[in-house]
Design a protein around this ligand. Structure first.
Ligand code: GDP
Ligand code: MN
Length: 380
């Protein structure tokens, strides 16, 4: 799970990394309420899940309250790389002497953590790699160990960062490494990590990607994920540990299936027949009747959905459980049409249950047949 900058900043503060104070605003009213709380000059930054905000005009400076309101409103109205800006982050402007790059991430090949440092930061790390390959250093760290002083010293010497920064640089590296390890990160990045006019090293922009498998350990982060989720159906689904995927606004079909491969092949085949999927829901493994009922309720609550394609390959998931779930969901589904393909564990028992339901459920034999039945339904 990727965090927005202001949330990464919050973690930096929690782990005592040097960074300036900041405030978040989601609306003009909130922006106005910051009057008197912001130190000028200030930086206003769009909070969107992408880099290159600076280049896109999503990072602007304000000298006073009037500029803060004007430029803040302007950024809140922006779209950056098609992402609407719903939040801005306002921090004290720092006088920059030098922009550097520092990150910890996973090196899958070596099964280790890798520290990446460059004293030439501020731009994308790939650009630095192209322009100044000699100015990037990568050091592998055994994830069971702490980061050793010699690793940090090596990184400095190799890239020519002056030894006078040793203590501060050590401090930043160790604290960012703490964030990386303690928050179960796949990436913890500061870009730019800057040296200010007083020779202080400060984190100016943070990018954090936390392993979703660890979110059960980080309740506050999980809550944040819900906070920024703007699709109510995705939220509803997440409460049941389902993955809800909005596909195309103009579609009318929802695919309910177990496994991402099953979902993708269903969507592809349906599209090939000229039909359009509007959403998909991944049930995950071992779905019970009760959970199927909830899943169908969630996708059907989108008024655009008039047809649901249920495509199940039963393994740990049993087809009779699925069928019982469908049965108990029927009264919630109204006029929604169902095409169901069951395969695998307890298929026959599942089909018997579906046949006993007094409603129009198309039973398909195989995926291709399922999509054909969908096409027939569309003609009715
Ligand atoms: P990104 O473009 O999405 O990576 O956003 P950043 O937060 O990294 O900001 C982009 C650029 O804006 C930085 O590389 C800096 O050059 C500049 N910038 C951001 N904050 C400050 C600041 O406090 N002071 C100054 N002087 N420049 C800043
Ligand atoms: Mn940046």
């Amino acid at each position: 799970m990727k965090l927005l900058e202001y949330k990464a900043h919050e973690l930096f503060k929690r782990f005592n990394l040097p960074c300036s104070d900041g405030n978040v605003a989601v609306s003009l009213d909130e922006l106005k309420s910051l009057k008197g709380k912001v130190n000028f000059p200030a930086v206003i930054k769009a909070q969107v899940q992408t880099g290159g905000r600076g280049k896109a005009g999503g990072v602007q400076f304000a000298e006073n309250d009037a500029e803060l309101i004007e430029k803040g409103t302007n950024i809140l109205d922006m779209k950056i790389k098609d992402l609407p800006v719903n939040r801005i982050f306002i921090t004290d402007k720092v006088e920059i002497d030098k922009e550097m790059y520092l990150s910890f991430t996973l090196d899958r090949k070596h099964k280790k953590t890798v520290m990446i440092f460059s004293p030439e930061g501020g731009v994308d790390i790939n650009e630095i790699a192209e322009a100044h390959p000699e100015k990037i250093v990568k050091v592998l760290i055994n994830p069971a160990d702490n980061i050793d002083d010699f690793v940090i010293e090596y990184a400095m010497d190799k890239t020519g960062l002056d030894r006078s920064y040793l203590d501060e640089f050590k401090n930043v590296c160790k604290k960012l490494y703490d964030v990386f390890i303690n928050m179960d990160c796949m990436l913890a990045e500061i870009n730019p990590l800057i040296i200010d006019k007083n020779n202080k090293i400060i984190a100016l922009d943070g990018k954090i990607d936390i392993d979703d498998n660890s979110l059960f350990k980080h309740r506050d982060i999980r809550i944040f994920k819900d906070e920024i989720e703007e699709n109510p159906l995705a939220l509803d689904a997440r409460n049941f540990d389902f993955l809800y995927i909005p596909v195309k606004d103009e579609g009318n079909i929802s695919v309910v299936s177990n496994g991402s491969g099953m979902i993708m092949s269903s969507i592809d085949l349906i599209a090939k027949k000229g039909m359009t999927v509007t959403s998909a829901l991944d049930l995950g493994g071992g779905a019970t009747a009760e959970r199927i009922k909830e899943a169908l309720r969630i996708v059907a609550s989108n008024p655009k959905v008039d047809t649901i394609f249920i495509n199940i390959f039963g393994g740990i998931t049993r087809c009779d459980e699925i069928a019982n779930g469908i049965k108990s969901a029927m009264k919630d589904l109204g006029k929604t049409r169902l095409v169901t393909r069951l395969e695998g564990t307890n298929k026959e028992a599942g089909l018997e249950i579906l046949k006993s339901i007094d409603a129009d459920i198309q039973l398909a034999d195989g995926l291709v047949n399922g999509v054909e039945k969908l096409a027939q339904e569309m003609l009715v």
